[in-house]
Design a binder for this molecule. Structure first.
Ligand code: BMA
Length: 311
């Protein structure tokens, strides 16, 4: 029997996972939560790798088509061992998210160190050499994504400070990418829904004709632990604290064995997407914190899901 399950809005690539442990050219524990850029005809994917010793760092994979990737033989960014960054990164660097602004690649990533989680910023021209620019959040903040354009003359980002034990998505602004403020709540967990426990930005905001499309992750807590799903929200172009519409249903939920079983089961967790000229999207995601997968869909279908009314 041909099985046709259109439960999820995005379609899984048949060759998933696209990068798993067996594809890694060096010894490591897991590879997940990759962030893509398309440069000319080439797709580059910055990967989060967890080493066997237990902390994370970044490696690079390349592909001619966005599906078949080759991982470079050496990691491209390791936690600093000495100097001013060392104590902040001693437990690893995690979840890179790349945004191109005026021809430069900026990476927001989570640093984990003596004082917990913070968001850090680095820039790179080639995804091989990274210049650390600063720690740009207070403690207990992660899931930082930069907007690709300034908004009202300021750089803008979404992030996820943990306040009062609740994880919501906030927006902040900066004149120089280093000093941030004017922070406001954008989106909170939604009681009763699949994103009732905690939410955070996932994909750097995508510019669409209706406003900013943010693909985020939402967590529901269950008696056997959290379930991480992916959803979407449409934000006002001039004031992203204004929500135009939020998808009632997830774009993707953990269903396949490779999403259900791994170091952290029941997780689909995106850190980036490529939008092609024809409006097709390739969303890259970590599956069960153990492998990298890709799913595809149409931007217009995601926008429709954001604008659908609750009946
Ligand atoms: C989040 C982040 C992700 C991870 C996810 C599921 O809080 O730490 O890196 O993929 O949890 O474990």
């Amino acid at each position: 029997m041909v099985k046709k399950n259109k439960t999820d809005l995005l379609d899984r690539y048949k060759g998933n996972p696209i990068i798993e442990l067996e594809d890694m050219p060096f010894r490591c524990n897991t590879v997940f939560n990759g962030s893509p850029v398309k440069r000319g005809d080439e797709y580059l994917l910055l990967l989060r790798v967890e080493g066997l010793q237990g902390y994370s760092f970044f490696a690079l994979a390349r592909s001619p088509d966005g599906f078949n990737f080759e991982v470079e033989p050496e990691p491209v960014m390791l936690p600093a061992k000495e100097g001013q960054w060392a104590r902040w990164e001693s437990h690893g660097i995690e979840d890179p998210r790349i945004t191109e602004i005026e021809g430069k690649y900026y990476v927001l990533y989570t640093i984990v160190g003596d004082y917990g989680h913070f968001i850090a910023l680095a820039e790179t021209d080639d995804m091989r050499e990274f210049r650390r620019l600063g720690i740009i959040s207070g403690p207990g903040n992660k899931d930082g994504v930069l907007f690709p354009n300034k908004i009202n003359g300021l750089y803008a980002r979404l992030d996820r400070p943990i306040g009062n034990d609740v994880g919501s998505i906030w927006v902040s602004y900066s004149p120089d990418l280093i000093n941030w403020g004017l922070s406001e709540v954008v989106l909170e967990p939604r009681p009763r829904y699949w994103d009732s426990f905690r939410i955070g930005a996932s994909v750097p905001p995508l510019s669409t004709k209706f406003g900013w499309l943010e693909i985020y992750h939402g967590v529901k807590m269950t008696s056997s632990g959290p379930i991480y799903k992916t959803g979407a929200v449409l934000l006002d172009r001039e004031d992203p604290a204004i929500v135009i519409g939020r998808s009632l249903i997830p774009l993707l939920s953990p269903r396949k064995d490779y999403e259900r079983i791994g170091d952290v089961g029941n997780v689909v967790f995106a850190c980036g997407a490529v939008v092609e000229e024809n409006g097709d999207i390739k969303m890259y995601y970590g599956a069960a914190d153990t492998a990298i997968c890709v799913s595809t869909g149409k931007i217009n279908d995601i926008l429709s899901a954001c604008l659908e009314e609750d009946k």
